[in-house]
Write a protein that binds this ligand. Structure first.
Ligand code: FAD
Length: 357
């Protein structure tokens, strides 16, 4: 039976390990420096909203497109996964078109995005229903994930399938090959190290940089998710609101600061985030302004942005076969199943010659 070591226990590593472990032929170990339950600036997944607002263009839509059916299934049928449906309302301002956030949300702001036939109830908002600051807008049924429930849920599903989880800090990716729980050498190592792929020996992918996201989590409920294409507070600030499932609070965002590794929340930025949120959705505080917000915590997460796009490919490093699955930027959850499927195909491919022996 092939031995596989997955490095990383964020949404990418856990989802990849889960898909691999569904194949009874594979024996899977996860090794990671951080695990669900930890909050650390080097560990992005717990900080995410997380919702489904596609950002890929049609040509690159495979990962996000193939993820929707599973998120839809979990929201419908698996309450313990901590995912619920919520309306997503997107407002577009023409002046953001060339800005960082306008470019990031390019597909989201299109009147004919590829995902209009993927998500339910996609519709354009009539101009008579738009707020005064918006030039256009759209609305569809999306999901929002409570990451504090969902990441442990993924762990539980891996454990059910016999996956073994171990805490390890790697200095070189090929060291993972000797960490399989069987004691035998791994046949394949899967690299799901997120932002730290930029610092891991044997990978050292310097094109992976942080896109810093500062958030405020509050107890107030907005009733829907709201996103605007940009703000008047600088190109790297964004405005979004999403209510996590099952008591997870409401995430107010945020920022998209490329190359910024700062782990501490900036108080001034936090005030701007809260002001924008109550302007965007006065119902959050019944018109009482930011004083009406009940703050659970302030946070910062670093999106693992890869300039060349996500890396899902195999590579021989020394004598170790490595399949990479990292660099998901701000869409790691909404692309998680598609990317994990892609990584599993490469693992299957790498193990094929062995199966013929
Ligand atoms: P990580 O979660 O960072 O996991 C990396 C893993 O690798 C960790 O377990 C770490 O310990 C391990 N590791 C790394 N190096 C080593 C080493 N040397 N040795 C051992 N272990 C190692 N995405 C969405 O889809 N929707 C959203 O709404 C959304 N909102 C976001 C909002 C914010 C504020 C932020 C910050 C992100 C958001 N994202 C969202 C993006 C999403 O969170 C990321 O794309 C995703 O979490 C990346 O997951 P990952 O598993 O690749 O990396």
């Amino acid at each position: 039976m092939p031995n596989i070591v997955v490095v990383g226990a964020g949404v990418s590593g856990l989802t990849t390990a889960l898909l691999l472990s569904k194949d009874p032929e594979y024996k899977v170990t996860i090794v990671a420096k951080h695990m669900p339950g930890d909050y650390d600036i080097e560990y992005t997944s717990p900080w995410a909203g997380a919702n489904y607002l596609p950002v890929s263009n049609k040509a690159g839509s495979r990962w996000e497109k193939n993820t929707w059916p599973e998120l839809d299934r979990l929201a419908k049928n698996v309450p313990e996964a901590g995912i619920h449906f919520q309306d997503a309302i997107i407002y577009n301002r023409k002046k953001d078109f060339d800005a960082t956030t306008g470019q990031w949300f390019n597909e989201l702001l299109s009147a004919t995005p590829w995902f209009r036939s993927t998500v339910p109830n996609f519709r354009l908002i009539p101009s008579s229903d738009l707020p005064s600051f918006a030039d256009s807008g759209s609305c569809f049924t999306s999901i929002c994930i409570n990451t504090a429930i969902y990441l442990p849920y993924l762990v539980s599903q891996c454990l059910v399938n016999g996956v073994v989880l171990k805490r390890e800090v790697l200095t070189h990716i090929s060291d993972a090959a000797s960490m399989h729980h069987s004691g035998s050498k791994a046949d394949v190592v899967v690299n799901c190290t997120g932002l730290l792929a930029s610092r891991l020996g044997g990978v050292m992918d310097k094109s992976v940089i942080p896109a810093r996201g500062q958030i405020v989590v509050v107890r107030n409920t907005p009733g829907a998710m709201f996103t605007v294409s940009g703000t008047d507070d600088g190109e790297d600030e964004v405005s979004y609101i999403m209510q996590r499932a099952a008591g997870g609070g409401t995430v107010l965002g945020g920022t998209y600061q490329k190359g910024n590794w700062e782990s501490q929340p900036c108080p001034n930025t936090a005030v701007r985030i809260m002001k924008r949120a109550v302007e965007l959705c006065p119902a959050l505080t019944n018109g009482k302004g930011i004083e009406g917000l009940s703050v659970i915590r302030h946070g910062v997460g670093l999106r693992p942005l890869r300039k060349k796009g996500v890396r899902i490919e195999s590579e021989k490093i020394g004598d170790v076969m490595v399949v990479h699955n990292y660099g998901h930027g701000g869409w790691g959850y909404q692309g998680s199943y598609g990317c994990a499927e892609g990584a599993k195909e490469l693992v299957d491919e790498a193990l094929k010659p062995r199966a013929k022996l």
